[in-house]
Design a binder for this molecule. Structure first.
Ligand code: UD1
Ligand code: CA
Length: 456
């Protein structure tokens, strides 16, 4: 049978003071629960069940149906939360179950895997991931016997003065033998300070039943940090960011400053690329080598080739080719593909369009729903008029097309290869190959008009 994961995510996050489910709050642009799921998967556990509460629908919408869900309609404690996944656990008998807290995003796959090795090696029914911290206040403490063996976990509120001095804390991440967890769950009681069903009580129950329980100490105590308040969330983000920037710097990425820089956990950056302040690289974003990014570049779920330059611009769900020069002040909206060596400049917006290699669109232009060929030149102020108030239409522009300033391309319309369009034209009909289209009123001169009208 397969190993599985249960993620506790029913918390309402009242102390966050936001209407959003706590586990959806982002750390470096990625919801906390997604960090946890990524770590579980990277540690080799695919089958996952999320325990959700009242904000379950919101979580479901964001996380999707790659995982199972169990609903905990009343928040009666971590043990009670896991009880809601009994059917899921039954389907995973004969293997091991990883339990994680949805609000502890920094726990790494390495720490999870290390704990699993210890769990198997020691033949434990349960292995707790612990950490030694300077300030254990608020956490459950790991109580060991004189030989160092795990006795139980005691919560802050239930601990006596001696126990409160213990600096080894429970991370709220555990490996259980699935069958042992199923045995222990129905026996957990709520006779404690909080009147909750504590998952931590499973340890004493299993020990009393003659099973083994062990501890795997996380090497890096930062990994077990949880976020209960906005302040803690910001602190987590700072810790995560430092680690991520370190990793990129090891790979030859240069940061000219850290101010306002956000780099998400799944972003990859090629060596020799320079990131300037104010740049936010988020989601599924991948940058090539020797790029110059920022200052103030925002990239979300986008791919950028080698040697590209992106200055003070926003790129969303799009692809930018090698050696492209973007910005300042360019907005590339979703589903766009910008070819190699393209130049997009000041106040240019591109949406749902393909721009061929070497094309230059330098100023004050809107390109939406268009397929543009290679080596074209768009003058200042070109607009694809793609919307008639009801439907959107596409514009097609061939290779080597020259479009003068202030041209409207009224879609659907096609401009064939090598055509020229005169400045100020409003193009409503297709323009044939290598032709010149002029679609504007002819200029009229009235000699001495000013003088004559003034005399009147
Ligand atoms: C828990 C542990 C404590 C550990 C600490 C680490 C217990 C009894 N205590 O305490 O030993 O040091 O985490 O951060 O387990 N949750 C539910 N349903 C519930 C209660 C909680 O889904 O009914 C979820 C929360 O959303 C959260 C996680 O379980 O993701 C931990 O719950 P929380 O209330 O934060 O537990 P702590 O008191 O911090
Ligand atoms: Ca907590």
């Amino acid at each position: 049978m397969n190993n599985c994961t249960i993620v506790l995510a029913a918390g309402e996050g009242t102390r966050m003071h936001v209407p959003t489910a706590k586990v959806l709050l982002p750390v470096l642009g990625k919801p906390m629960v997604s960090w946890v799921l990524t770590a579980a998967r990277a540690a080799g556990v695919e089958d996952c069940c999320l325990i959700v509460g009242r904000s379950g629908d919101e979580v479901r919408k964001k996380v999707g149906d790659k995982v199972s869900y169990a609903v905990q309609s009343e928040r009666l404690g971590t043990g009670h939360a896991v009880m809601q996944a009994t059917a899921f656990l039954e389907a995973h008998r004969g293997a091991h179950c990883l339990v994680l807290a949805g609000d502890c995003p920094l726990l790494s796959a390495e720490t999870i895997s290390e704990a699993f090795r210890c769990h198997l090696q020691e033949g434990n029914a349960v292995t707790v991931i612990s950490a030694r911290v300077k300030d254990p206040f608020g956490y459950g403490r790991i109580v060991r016997d004189v030989t160092g063996g795990l006795l139980r976990i005691v919560e802050e509120k239930d601990a006596d003065a001696d126990e409160r001095r213990i600096d080894e804390i429970n991370s709220s991440a555990y490996w259980f033998e699935t069958d042992a967890l199923l045995e222990a769950l129905p026996r957990i009681q709520n006779d404690n300070a909080k009147g909750e069903y504590y998952l931590t009580d499973a340890i004493e129950l299993l020990l009393r039943a003659g099973r083994r329980a062990g501890v795997s100490v996380a090497k890096d105590a930062d990994e077990i940090l949880g976020a209960n308040t906005q302040r803690q969330l910001l602190a987590l983000q700072r810790i995560a960011q430092e680690k991520i920037l370190d990793r990129h710097m090891e790979n030859g990425v240069m940061f000219s400053g850290e101010d306002g820089v956000l780099v998400g956990p799944d972003v990859t950056i090629g060596p020799g690329t320079v990131i300037h302040p104010g740049s936010r690289l988020l989601g599924d974003t991948h940058l090539g080598q020797n790029c110059v990014i920022g200052p103030d570049a925002i990239l979300e779920d986008s791919r950028v080739g080698d040697g590209a330059q992106i200055r003070s611009s926003t790129i969303e769900q799009s692809v930018v080719g090698d050696l492209a020069r973007i910005g300042p002040y360019t907005h590339i909206r979703p589903n766009s593909v910008i070819g190699e060596r393209c130049k997009l400049g000041n106040f240019v917006e591109v949406k749902n369009s393909v721009i061929g290699a070497g094309t230059s669109i330098a100023h004050l232009t809107y390109v939406g729903d268009a397929d543009v060929g290679c080596r074209c030149n768009f003058g200042c102020g070109v607009v694809t008029t793609n919307y008639d108030g009801v439907k959107k239409y596409r514009t097609t522009v061939g290779d080597d097309v020259f479009i003068g300033c202030n041209v409207n391309l009224v879609a659907p319309v096609t401009v064939e290869d090598g055509a020229y369009i005169a400045a100020g034209s409003t193009i409503t009909h297709n323009v044939p190959k290598s032709s010149l289209a002029i679609a504007r009123a002819r200029q009229v001169i009235k000699d001495n008009w000013v003088l004559t009208t003034r005399e009147e």
